[in-house]
Design a protein around this ligand. Structure first.
Ligand code: COA
Length: 163
């Protein structure tokens, strides 16, 4: 299912994981627990409608150095059906993922995302979700610069109440 989603043009334009083998390579270790990145299929009333992954930048030091953030967690997402895009589902997924980030990573003080500077729709979805764009950053091995967007942990939200 995820391999099919990744081959859809509206997703493939922004995600570089395409062939079925690459899907196993990219997400298999996350599912097996050998890569600390956490990946989720998002469901709406039981129907799978997208994918989101979240990760601590401290687990990805090269990326953290390029972005210039510490004690932060990043997220990437897509909405699987093009006809579901533009109706607020992306911000719903972003806000739900933020709650997971605050709960799963108690030391993290801010959440971030780094969509391509060309991906105006994604940048707007994060801004609608309370993120602030802090500027474009060049990341090694990425063709486009990334627009770094950040959102601070809400005051008083210090960590998980349940595992
Ligand atoms: C990016 C994505 C997650 C956003 O989710 P969504 O549900 O479509 O988001 P929204 O419903 O908030 O709609 C996007 C907003 O961007 C605006 N927008 C659309 N195209 C835009 C553009 N080129 N430039 C600026 N804003 C744009 C829309 O008008 C809307 O804002 P509004 O509600 O103020 O009118 C989703 O569109 C998606 O999965 N796209 C394909 C894959 C992708 O780009 N993933 C992100 C990789 S980081």
């Amino acid at each position: 299912m995820v391999a099919g989603w990744l081959s859809r043009p509206h997703v493939a334009e922004w995600w570089d994981t395409h062939a079925p083998d690459a899907v196993e390579e990219e997400f298999g270790p996350c599912v097996d627990g050998t890569d600390p990145t956490r990946v989720f299929v998002c469901r709406l009333d039981g129907t799978p409608v997208g994918l989101v992954q979240m990760y601590r930048l401290d687990d990805n030091p090269d990326y953290a150095r390029a972005i210039g953030l510490a004690q932060a967690a990043g997220m990437d997402l897509f909405v699987s059906d093009p006809e579901r895009c533009g109706h607020g589902l992306g911000p719903d997924i972003i806000l739900a993922t933020l709650e997971l980030i605050w709960a799963a990573y108690p030391e993290v003080t801010c959440a971030m995302a780094g969509p391509s500077v060309r991906n105006g729709r994604s940048i707007r979805a994060f801004e609608k979700s309370g993120f602030t764009a802090v500027g474009p950053v060049a990341v090694p091995d990425e063709v486009d610069e990334e627009m770094v967007l950040v959102r601070a942990r809400p005051t008083g939200r210090t960590g998980p109440t349940a595992a």
